[in-house]
Ligand binder design. Sequence first.
Ligand SMILES: Cc1cc2nc3c(=O)[nH]c(=O)nc-3n(C[C@H](O)[C@H](O)[C@H](O)COP(=O)(O)OP(=O)(O)OC[C@H]3O[C@@H](n4cnc5c(N)ncnc54)[C@H](O)[C@@H]3O)c2cc1C
Length: 582
Amino acid sequence: MVKMSDQEGNRDNPYSFDDYVIVKNGFNFYRDDDFFQALIKKYIPINEFERIDSELRELSDIVSYRFKALATEANRLENRVKCTIIQHFDAYNHRIDKIKRCSETETLEREIFDLGLFDPKRNCPWSKFVKMFLLYQIGEAGVMCPIACTHGAVELLQKYENELESEAYKILTSLRDGIGGYGLGSQYVSEIQGGSDVPVNLVEAVFEEKEGSDGISNCWRLYGQKYFCSAMQADYAIVTAKPKNVPSSTRIAAFGVPAWLPGNKEREIRNSYTIDRLKQKLGTAELPTAEITYNGAVAYPVGPLDKGLADIVGIVLSISRLHVALGMAACLLKVAREAILYSQFRTAFGVPISSFPLMINQINDINHNAMRSAAGAFKVYSEYIHFKEELVSGIRELQKIDDLTERKRRYRLRELIMLQKIVVADDAPAIIRKAISFFGGHGIMEDFIDFPRLHRDSLIMELWEGPRNVLLTQIHRDFQRVAEWYTADDFVRDLLEGVDQETVKFLSTEFSRIISHDSLLRNDEETLEICRDWEKLSTDLFHIYQDQALVELNYKEKPLRFSKLLRKFKKKPEEEEILIEL
Ligand SMILES: Cc1cc2nc3c(=O)[nH]c(=O)nc-3n(C[C@H](O)[C@H](O)[C@H](O)COP(=O)(O)OP(=O)(O)OC[C@H]3O[C@@H](n4cnc5c(N)ncnc54)[C@H](O)[C@@H]3O)c2cc1C
């Protein structure tokens, strides 16, 4: 064969990316992924395996082609602009605050919500989780953010299912059971003065007996501004506010708030709030995030009025944090796969770029990082399922559990959710950036590959649902609160069961030293040093947990082979047809 560099010039350059496109577009996220299948085999209980495996295969045929194509189309540069449009008034001077989105996102959203992920008649805990894992591979934040929020809202409402007033109960049956169509949830906590410090929320809840202009009397109404409201297209929001004229008026309560009162959605009359502005964001562009003002929106309490903070943080935000990690892990599997396949397709200096030692290390790194993120996400989520998907709201509630073994295990889950969120949100942008580099200049092209979008979106993960520092501080404080019944040393030993003793000893000693420092809030040399050590140790600790999850999977890796997949997909024209049908 003549090397390209030895060839004469040729004005009819025959170079083509077609083979890469065939492999990238032909890949079925579940059927063709041995690693994903190994995770399913390891974690799905035997009696559920056959059904879940078959449902995943069926769904994967849609997600890998139709849903992926819809997400790609929605995120074309010219379509992205359409995601951020709001029409405040109609032609007849009515305030409607209508959000207009790209039709592909709306189609995708309807089809994904119609899967009834949170409907116990249609999904068990494991099938829900693995379907979400599959869906997250397309990385469509416009749809997956409301999925995460709906999940949190359902869990919170379910906790108080027997105590909810009828309108709040209807929110649950819409979100969970699809009565009247599967509704979309959202969560509005952050305000202009701060998102990390939720207790300083100022939005008021007032109980008003008098009938309002909406015809409703004897209800709670909200007043004030929320400054970061994602999934603004949602039907319902879980909102934090301070209830006036009650003994706990300085504390946070949680409310279920419909976006429209019954019958008003079609008439475009919102539930007494205005959408003041849609934010212009670095990432998650197809997700409308708004600043809004409540002017007496009807709101239904969820849980005791003085327990909102613990419930929101312990349940709603914890579930979102699980989603950040599982979403990024799923996305990383796809990113690693597509980058590695490209490195086997692309040649430079006469050889595939995957054969350069510098690249080999980088390929191994992104592959390992993606696999351990996924293995870790499954292991953490299996703990959540072990507890029947019920999270304890806070340390106080945890301390009421008499069985010390269970109490410790629940505590480990609480801390794991935070640790995982911090670490995966930090790893993801770095891994995606590395994967972009495999494509050289093409990695930067929005229409060549979706990594630029995924990279932008991954940067958001660190900030929402509790920024890194806030979670690191929270974990540190938690350990001081439970010191009497769970030492940092024991925690590390329990968490890292199976890991070699030397590593465990080193980590547990280091962790105990950091936790024994009484506060991270003092500005002195020692605290600065401890903070630096804690940042590093938190990452090391969770990486080792992820590595152990990978070891436990006992996966005999079958490396991806571009040429083999190309042969396979060239024989498989039916997926192309699905793509064209769009
Ligand atoms: C795209 C996007 C969508 C969002 N959607 C929603 C939504 O739907 N609903 C919602 O309620 N919120 C939403 N948020 C808001 C998000 O939850 C907040 O941005 C986040 O909680 C941080 O709050 P803040 O922006 O006010 O930052 P601040 O609270 O002002 O924090 C600024 C910095 O200070 C650091 N810091 C704060 N406290 C401490 C401490 N004790 N120790 C050390 N450092 C500290 C933080 O780590 C952070 O780096 C969204 C944010 C983004 C970016």
